[in-house]
Write a protein that binds this ligand. Sequence first.
Ligand code: 3HC
Length: 394
Amino acid sequence: MFEKIAVIGAGTMGHGIAEIVALKGYSVFMCDVSEEILQEAIKKIEWSLRKMMEKGKLRHDDLASTLNRIKTTTNLAEAAKDSELIIEAVPENLELKKEIFSKLDKMAYAEAILGTNTSSLPISEIASVTSRPDKVIGIHFFNPPVFMPLVEIVCGDKTSSQTVDHVLSFVKTLEKQAIVCRKDVPGFVVNRILEALIQEAAWMVHRGEASILEVDSAVKYRAKLPMGLFELSDYVGIDVLYSAGKAIQDRDKGVIVSPLFEEYYKNGWYGKKSGKGFYTYTGDLWEKPKIPPELADNVKLEEIFAPAVNAAAWLLRNKVVEKEELDKAVMLGLNFPEGILRMADKWGIDVIVQVLRLKQSKYGEYYRPDLLLEEMVANNRLGIKTRGGFYEYA
Ligand code: 3HC
């Protein structure tokens, strides 16, 4: 197993990954382009560890030893040279990632595994600039890495099963659970579903079918997701979700980014980090927007979720992931109270298909129901009401 790990990029995800890895006993080299960024990252890690200590989840000694295990450098070669596993978490720019992987390939041990935390860029293309595509793999954490229980492992075309096994064992030592995305599809599993969901919410607001508060109230209080979709977008970063959505759209139109996201992105309204997003923030890092519960019945959940169910059906039909793993992915990667396929079985597959057909007739082919859903309706597998949908019901 690995002893030394390098994390390249000390932004929102990079510093969180370095934190969880150090917490679980590994020595970590955290690398970024400037001392200021690295010091800011260390401050955030310290804040997070202190919070855990205040809540009795971490002993004082462990706080000190965790911090001691994190070294920082602005020198990529220094971070790479002794590391057995390198996790890259730089901004979502394919050319930048390729440049870094090409350098890492020359700097790291021949046996070292090169992981990327990309949220939607092609692993195979990143791997193609290295001499070890069998050892390049997606290791996708969720924000905040220290709390979210899932790591999504993504195989490129040439990733070896040995590399997958090593990384799965590593994830276990972090006390996290993994799902394996078997094909390098745009958005992988979680972001393909999440983007379809969030962009649909944004399209509905753009078209005047619902307000931001109505969507968030329905999602939070009726679907019982931990955050409203606009609240989550502000939390993760509208810039991050915009780029991930665009990357999926450019590769296979698995989602169409809404004009609302485009507008916020272009204006630099990125969410919490910029003080303004779909909500406004006064500075407290953990400030929560006020979402009135009484608006929860103003919008139908099926309207918001149908494209995400369609994306889930696409993933199943294309054998990217098994149904149980897909549901596990949204429950552990996004903290959904239940799997999206279970939710669809409750709403009724026929209802989802009807919603999609109506949207398709009004707004175009993106909404065409997936063949798998059409087949399920044709075979009367409508969900709980017919005792069989994605799952069987007694
Ligand atoms: N470390 C330590 N403490 C932290 C912290 C951190 N990194 N972040 C927040 N906290 C603290 C807060 O300061 C607050 O402390 P307080 O109680 O003293 O005020 C406390 O934790 C928050 O506690 P809450 O009880 O309010 O937290 P919740 O129960 O609301 O849980 C959550 C927070 C886990 C973030 C939950 O809201 C959630 O699951 N949200 C959805 C997150 C999600 O979906 N993430 C994935 C996004 S997609 C992604 O990342 C993929 C990428 O590729 C786009």
